[in-house]
Design a protein around this ligand. Sequence first.
Ligand code: MN
Ligand code: MN
Length: 334
Amino acid sequence: MAPANRRGRHADGRVDGREMTFNQPLGGNEMARFAGIASMMRLPIAPDAAGLDACFVGVPMDIGTSNRAGTRHGPRQIRTESCLIRPYNMGTGAAPFERLQVADVGDLAINTFNLPATCDIITSGISDILDKGAIPLVLGGDHTLTYPVLRAMAKRHGPVALVHVDAHADTSDVMFGERIAHGTPFRRAVDEQLISPEMTIQIGLRGSGYSPGDYDWGRNRGFEVVTAEMCWHKSLSPLMQRVRERIGDTATYVSFDIDSLDPAFAPGTGTVELGGLTTIQALEIVRGCQGLNIVGADLVEVSPPYDPSGNTALIGAQLLFEILCVLPGVKDGA
Ligand code: MN
Ligand code: MN
């Protein structure tokens, strides 16, 4: 018999000898993929995270952006485009809905007129998910949200390891005099000891900066900074092997800014930089997180107004599925 997952569920659906069923995405032969209520991956909608192993949760905000806005529409369009995703990962063999109880718990009710209040709402909402024993997978929303999410993570787990994929370091001290913005979350996370700097890796950084030493603030505190140029023309699988060795079994948060991808793949975002990662490299990064003790993740900065094709949101949805597929208990039986 297959081993139980981390909450005592077996692959045959039993929990401690009792029968139970796993939520399944609504199939394409039950309701046309373009029809029905647009929950994430056509999963059931739950009022909260009670009884779940993992949940999708939206944070529809763009009031922390510094240039092009629109990420407030990200969660809704990610859900819409996610209707394409089928339950099995043909590349890795992962079958997350046979191992984990997953649902969409909807959006957090942010205050779109007040950024600090919104951060408190996010910390509270994510803490509630963690208190119920579920792993939150966050649909953004601008990157500001990672700061209040990490406050909840650290409250629960202590300082977490961080895999941060982005075109930008997001370690500015202030933006326009404000300490909370989408360019400051990882500065605040270090200030408040929400992450372990020596177990933080930033991948995909590039573009123009404010000074030649922009990336050194993190490096000087122990971050491993892997610029986009260091990734060009290469497989990132060897990098991820080193990341796994570095982090070990420490509780780990994955923050994926869609602008890490080249704008050829993901033009629908606010702060585009040329020369970015390929979608194949994105898969190598996420699949390379298999075996890490992931306690939460986000996919941020999808701005639907800047990609009328919907492909940026679709790629975001597919990356969230890939993250679901590497959560503890999906493939390792742990
Ligand atoms: Mn970012
Ligand atoms: Mn970015």
